[in-house]
Design a protein. Sequence first.
Lengths: 84, 266
Amino acid sequence: MEAQAKANILHDIVRKMGAGGAEITTEGWLDFVEAQNDGFKTGLAIGEKIPDFTLPDQRGAMRSWRDLTGPSGLLLVFSRSAGW
Amino acid sequence: MKAQGINAASITYDAREVLSAFSSAYKIEYPMLSDVGSKVIRAFGIFNTNIPPDHAFYGVPWPGEYLVAPDGTVRDKVFLPSYEHRASATEVIFRNCGVDNTGHGVEIKTTVVDASVTLSSDRCFAGQELGIALDLNVKPGWHLYGKPLPSNYRPTELVLSGPLVDHLTLELPAPQTKLMKALDETLPIYEGKVRAVGKLAIKWSPPIPAPFLLKIGPAIEADAHKIAGALRYQACSETVCEAPEEIRFELPLTIEKGVPSAPKPG
């Protein structure tokens, strides 16, 4: 799918959602899902080292993955958003 | 996970205030990390490049999870082709830390084989993927069959069906080959204990009532469900072959109600 076509689909559906969603069609929704899934990547391979990082948590404390890991490891879940 | 010594954390592109509001509303105890600007999301190689920079979603990842070993290497990961489908955290734990004692499954006992079918969780959301295990304990003197197999025998197979099942991926381990002296035939067989671990993907269903989503398929109700299952096999000994069997069972699974959008911070 061409980048501009994907951008148009993504803007269109979010605009329609903002207006209550009544104008959204099933086909439009499926295109919206496909535009976001297109060429999906799964990132680091099994066996690769993760990059060092430190990020604030929900309480504002700075956390590095080294602090976060348990004795047998860390399940790191990447989600789209907790805000919408 | 705690019992296995594994901690959990989430990463999103949200501001800390958004995470704080979500965390309070849903009583989240694990660390929710704020990756504003998506630097870490990019460093993991999962920045969703389909989203244009002037869009509200700009910065989200293709969602998924990594199981990271204490030395910082990726031990396992689960990413599904559509963001509408997510793996249950229990799947990756089940696959890496063993399947004993989850207690979520069914036991099947016959005169020739004891079997159990175990799920990584007894509850999930529509569209999630769970871990599943099939354990067989074939009684001494008997064997079951693997593949490839002449058409006059039935290979061992687990089948799950019904409106909840999107797909089941479960491959049995490679069978042994054995010369059946009475038949003068070499066949792939299973004896003793056999374990197969795989994935059960549950069908996606609209999390919110929306007229435009109804055409996609019937909604899966948040409720206690039962998945119809069948274990197919044929048991033989050196001297006797029983007729092909199909043992039917029901696998309980609760589909949870989708949660509403997070409250606005403040």
